[in-house]
Design a protein around this ligand. Structure first.
Ligand code: SF4
Ligand code: SF4
Length: 71
């Protein structure tokens, strides 16, 4: 059975560098159209059902803004 995961982005910790978006092999993440309170456009989950809990997004995030859960 394929591994499934779920991912959460802490909008206020995120500075919108998009490293996680580029790192995700299944294109789960995109850019939010609404800025956070710092004026950054944070990463956003756009295809939650595609997460395979690989941890790539979490690993590259310099701001520890991502949490990955294995289901
Ligand atoms: S854990 Fe892997 S598949 Fe899931 S959002 Fe992060 S990079 Fe994408
Ligand atoms: S890598 Fe971290 S700081 Fe950069 S966009 Fe993704 S969640 Fe935000």
């Amino acid at each position: 059975m394929a591994i499934k995961g779920t991912v959460e982005v802490d909008r206020e910790r995120c500075k919108g560098c998009q490293l996680c978006i580029r790192a995700c092999p299944t294109k789960v993440l995109g850019v939010d159209t609404e800025a956070n309170s710092w004026g950054y456009f944070p990463a956003k989950v756009i295809a939650a059902d595609k997460c395979i809990a690989c941890g790539a997004c979490f690993t590259v995030c310099p701001d520890v803004a991502i949490t990955v859960y294995k289901l």
